[in-house]
Write a protein that binds this ligand. Structure first.
Ligand code: KPL
Length: 304
């Protein structure tokens, strides 16, 4: 398959490396010219179970290069989705399928607006990826990647995409109702990402520290109340589910903490910001998520 990965961050580099290693023709689309040149020259360095492996890929800064791709994994940060889609949308072939892989729910609106219904889908992934340096990614654990569409029907190529990912070592399945997976991940990100970013700790610390565990439980319970009001099923014990993710990814540095350590803008608006916005619309109090949103924004303000 001809596969384009848009955005060589942690997840994009991981998907690019694993799919490239599986024998697919991978091109990475990057908006930064010097980094694209580096990736084209050196490929991707994949670190997995203490072993390092170099995977060759193509890299380009030309949005037109997506033309003719069977699958396009959109792996840019949530805040960059609108701009990225505006650049590539006119080059999507009728047979291309774009799979948006962001955290949160902020990407769904630009996806609906800019990509035709039969060419858009979303992925919710539990893959652990840490970007060590440009082009150097560490695979920090493997959970399921759930694929789905915002509005049915599910195109046949999405089932093919699940097979391609699974064969490459990214276990994937197609979900009939992806909103459940989106919201379950949203609750995990709202608690884990914001708290780890503010306390500069790996995910496992949140389950081990009683004060942080309480804050995590409150943030998740608030988000679950919003999901319930929206009639999205998030399971019978979402707090236990999020604590289980903390323990399963105990050593992982959350994507938001990676952003904060690099002094980069985070996805807080698409995560806690989205929960707060929905809660306001529905008249549901979410004081813990509001506090987390403001605290992470204040931290971003320090970046200048
Ligand atoms: O999705 C994640 C992230 O870091 O963005 C979790 C599940 C919290 C793993 O770190």
């Amino acid at each position: 398959m001809k596969i384009t990965v848009v955005g060589p961050g942690a997840l994009g580099s991981l998907f690019g490396a694993l799919l490239g290693r599986a024998g697919h023709r991978i091109q990475l689309l990057d908006h930064q010219r010097p980094r694209a040149a580096l990736l084209a020259a050196r490929g991707l360095l994949l670190e997995e179970n203490g072993r390092k492996e170099r995977v060759s890929i193509l890299a380009t800064t030309e949005p037109a290069a997506v033309a003719g791709s069977d699958l396009i994994f959109l792996c840019v940060k949530s805040g960059a989705v609108g701009e990225s889609l505006a650049a590539i949308a006119s080059f999507l072939s009728p047979s291309s399928l774009l799979i948006a892989c962001q955290n949160g729910i902020g990407h769904l609106e630009p996806l609906r607006r800019l990509v035709p219904a039969d060419r858009r889908s979303v992925a919710v992934t539990a893959q652990g990826a840490t970007l060590i340096a440009p082009g150097h990614v560490r695979h920090g654990g493997s959970g399921p990647t759930r694929l789905g569409v915002i509005e049915p029907p599910v195109p046949a190529v999405l089932t093919q995409a699940a097979g391609v990912l699974t064969a490459a070592g990214i276990p994937a399945l197609v979900e009939g109702d992806i909103s459940q997976a989106i919201w379950r991940k949203l609750l995990a990100n709202a608690a884990i990402n914001a708290l780890t970013a503010l306390h500069d700790c790996p995910n496992g610390h949140l389950a081990a520290d009683s004060r942080l565990r309480k804050e995590l439980s409150q943030a998740v319970a608030e988000g679950a109340a919003v999901a319930k009001a929206l009639k999205v099923e998030v399971g019978s014990d979402p707090v236990a589910d999020v604590l289980a993710i903390c323990r399963a990814t105990a050593e992982n540095i959350s994507s938001m903490l990676q952003d904060v350590r690099r002094r980069r803008r985070t996805e807080i608006d698409a995560i806690n910001g989205a929960i707060v916005a929905e809660a306001r619309r529905l008249g549901i109090p979410v004081p813990v998520n509001e506090r987390l949103l403001q605290a992470v924004k204040a931290r971003e303000g320090d970046f200048g």
